[in-house]
Design a protein around this ligand. Sequence first.
Ligand SMILES: [Zn+2]
Length: 333
Amino acid sequence: MPVSGRDYPGTWEQFLDWFPDEASCRAYLEQLRWPQGFVCPRCGERSDAYRVSRARLMCQHCRYQCTATAGTIFDKTRTSLRSWFAAVWYIVNQKQGVTALGLQRVLGIGSYQTAWMMLHRLRRAMVRPGRERLCGVVEVDEAFVGRSAANKGRVGKSAKRRADQINARRPIVAIAVEIKEPKGFGRIRLRHIPDTSELSLLPFVQDSIEPGSLVRTDGSWAYRSLTENGYRRDKVVMVGADDPAHVSMPGVHRVAALLKRWLLGTHQGSVRPHQIDAYLDEFTFRFNRRTSRSRGLLFYRLMEQAVVTEPLTYEQLIAGSKHKKSAKVELNG
Ligand SMILES: [Zn+2]
């Protein structure tokens, strides 16, 4: 278990002491990335690397040169490591989510685009690559996170059709929640899915939950092959259509409500569809560490993940959004 004051700063005061300049930040990243000593990313040999320059290390075996930031989210960025570190500290200390504008203001970053880029890379780092799957008893369900267009007062056919169209465009999120005995919730996994078919939901279950777990779902056809795929299934029959989910599926019900409120609170209810994955990553990171009293430990965890997460370039982020150039989706409770 990492220790405050040894592995990470415990307070803002300590943070300032630990990271007065680029060199101290770089040394910290090298320690995080190679805790047992330098391992060459090319030949895989463990050795004491030569220091070629302040940032560059050279492998003794194959003479490959690299830096602690190469291939991580800090790669090829003109932003100082101190700013990156401060951004991480700021993010883990916010109870609510963080916006690019908020980050830009707090850190005094020159451009909005830079702050936006940093935030996106950090959100990617919030989901640890190769993390373990949920296990035990796990509830799975889907939730719409968009504002529902209630057909208030009007009964006209076109009004109804319009409401249906708006509702159909709302993002759907698959939710998996570990259920603790006798009560309480464990970890969660979330995924933005295009529809509620088996094609969308089965891969989500397989990626998120250990086979052998007891998976609690509603009666949907989409879950019919869970048993064939190594899961035990507990089918919850909903009696009465009006949202009995808080009784029969308290975990997913609770998480869906928190997620909607969080999206509304942080992003003022306005979210572009291509950004939702990043928001779900951030929400998952925060939820799964909600009981952590130590903000410093959260800083450590995010930094640890940041040095093993590959960077996304601005072009990649933009390209991801091009084919989904639809209008903003309004998110509401
Ligand atoms: Zn090498």
